[in-house]
Design a binder for this molecule. Structure first.
Ligand SMILES: Nc1nc2c(c(=O)[nH]1)N[C@H]1C(S)=C(S)[C@@H](COP(=O)(O)O)O[C@H]1N2
Ligand SMILES: [Mo]
Length: 426
């Protein structure tokens, strides 16, 4: 058994080691004073005691047959803006401010439902494939799951994400402003495999995808996308889809606006023309300054946001902090992220955390020393196609104020001298 004195000694040497290693980290000198400055003097002098959880065995295996986070993390949850305009038509947001990697844990993935969550028995679920095909067919889930499958890591972003920031800073949380965003490992059968099974007519140019929810969500997908990388997904982050994300089957279109990844997929119809459904005419089109509207704006533009520090946090200590955030693009990989801490006068290149994947969230990090004064933090992403995330003014110049969807401008967070952080325009 370790004696009390040895236990007392360990954290002291650990602290010294940490501070030594920290000096010069990422170009920001830490120095012993940097971390110690905010810590109360008593904390360093306090004796390390043996806590109750060290004195007796803990909970047994199978304490929770399906695991969940520590109860101390119970505030890390999906949230939304409140009341739904109609029952079932609502969304919840991913708590980006609390996440540490690039994968969104399934229980924290944002939800967007136009008519609630249907609870579907997979044994009763069917997928019909018809229209301009040689062999129209109805698939059971067993029929589909036995076909060759693939797994891919991709982001999914609702095109309405950040849409309330057009006119002025609005959200007081990065969860609310940017949380219609997730990144998961998706497993399913390439749509091209199923299309080969049914035999596509040469004149087929569009695929109508329809959901089994009572919104009967329908979108037209160009045949090129259907053949290139569309997936019929049955699993997410290694386990079967959850009801709120389309169980037992959803369409997934990498890089495209979230709305097109039809959940609870029940029907695919091949045709010559787009089907002009409600979701691609009255909705999910973008009004432009000249009074016209863009239609079929499928790809999600290059975008990034700082998730620490964000308005959800308070900086308690001056000195070293690691700025961290997420960048993504529907056009491919992220090539570079620049970060400004002075309202856009100077920019420094952030470190991109490997792996940097095609059309997936990419985490960036930058060491920063907060001097305790006001600061304005911004991130600017550039993708491998050369697209540069615009400033709000540049986005408005191109798109005006009447759009809701596809807002991808640079986000600014203002750090106050009190350590509080506000949504701002630089
Ligand atoms: N059938 C159906 N599919 C749907 C929707 C829906 O309401 N019904 N919502 C869409 C929208 S607007 C988005 S952003 C994504 C959200 O997927 P998630 O809830 O799994 O995050 O699903 C899309 N697919
Ligand atoms: Mo959406």
């Amino acid at each position: 058994m370790t004696n009390k004195n040895e236990k007392n000694a360990q954290p002291q040497s650990g602290r010294r080691r940490f501070l030594r290693q920290g000096a010069g980290l990422g170009g920001v000198a830490l120095g012993a004073g940097a971390l110690a400055a905010g810590a109360p003097a008593t904390a360093r002098a306090e004796a390390l005691t043996v806590p109750p959880w060290t004195r007796a065995p803990g909970e047994p295996v199978l304490w929770r047959a399906y695991g969940r986070p520590a109860e101390f993390e119970k505030n890390v949850i999906r949230r939304n803006r409140g009341a739904a305009p109609m029952p079932g038509a609502n969304s919840s947001m991913t708590p980006l401010q609390d996440l540490r990697g690039i994968i969104t844990p399934t229980g924290l993935v944002f939800e967007r439902h136009h008519a609630g969550i249907p609870l579907i028995d997979p044994a009763l679920h069917r997928l019909a494939v018809h229209g301009l095909v040689d062999r129209p067919r109805i698939f059971t889930m067993d029929d589909l799951v036995r076909l060759p499958s693939v797994s891919r890591i991709h982001f999914l972003e609702c095109s309405g994400n950040t849409g309330r920031e057009w006119r002025a800073p609005s959200a007081t949380s990065v969860q609310i402003s940017h949380g219609l965003l997730s990144c998961c490992e998706w497993t399913g059968v390439p749509l091209s495999v199923v299309l080969e099974e049914v035999g596509v007519h040469p004149e087929a140019a569009w695929v109508l995808a329809e959901g089994a929810d009572s919104a009967a969500m329908t979108r037209s997908v160009p045949m090129a996308k259907a053949l290139e990388d569309a997936l019929l997904v049955y699993a997410q982050n290694g386990e079967m889809l959850r009801p709120e994300h389309g169980y037992p089957l959803r369409l997934f279109l990498p890089g495209f606006e979230g709305n097109m990844s039809i959940k609870w997929l029940r029907r695919l119809k091949l045709g010559r023309e787009p089907f002009m459904t409600r979701e691609e005419t009255a909705k999910y089109t973008d009004s432009l300054p000249d009074g016209s509207a863009r239609q079929f704006t499928f790809l999600m533009d290059v975008k990034s946001v700082i998730t620490f520090p964000a308005p959800d946090h308070v900086l308690r200590d001056r000195g070293f902090h690691e700025i961290a955030g997420l960048a993504w693009s529907g056009h491919g990989r992220i090539r570079r992220v620049d970060v400004s801490v002075d309202g856009g006068r100077g920019w420094r290149e952030a470190k991109l955390q490997a792996p940097v994947l095609d059309r997936a969230l990419t985490r960036f990090r930058l060491s920063w020393r907060w001097d305790g004064g006001p600061a304005v933090l911004q991130s600017r992403a550039i993708d491998e196609a050369g697209n540069v995330q615009p400033l709000p003014d540049q986005l408005v110049a191109a798109r005006g104020y009447e759009s809701t969807y596809h807002y991808n401008a640079i986000q600014a967070w203002r750090v106050g001298a009190d350590g509080r952080i506000a949504n701002a325009r630089a």
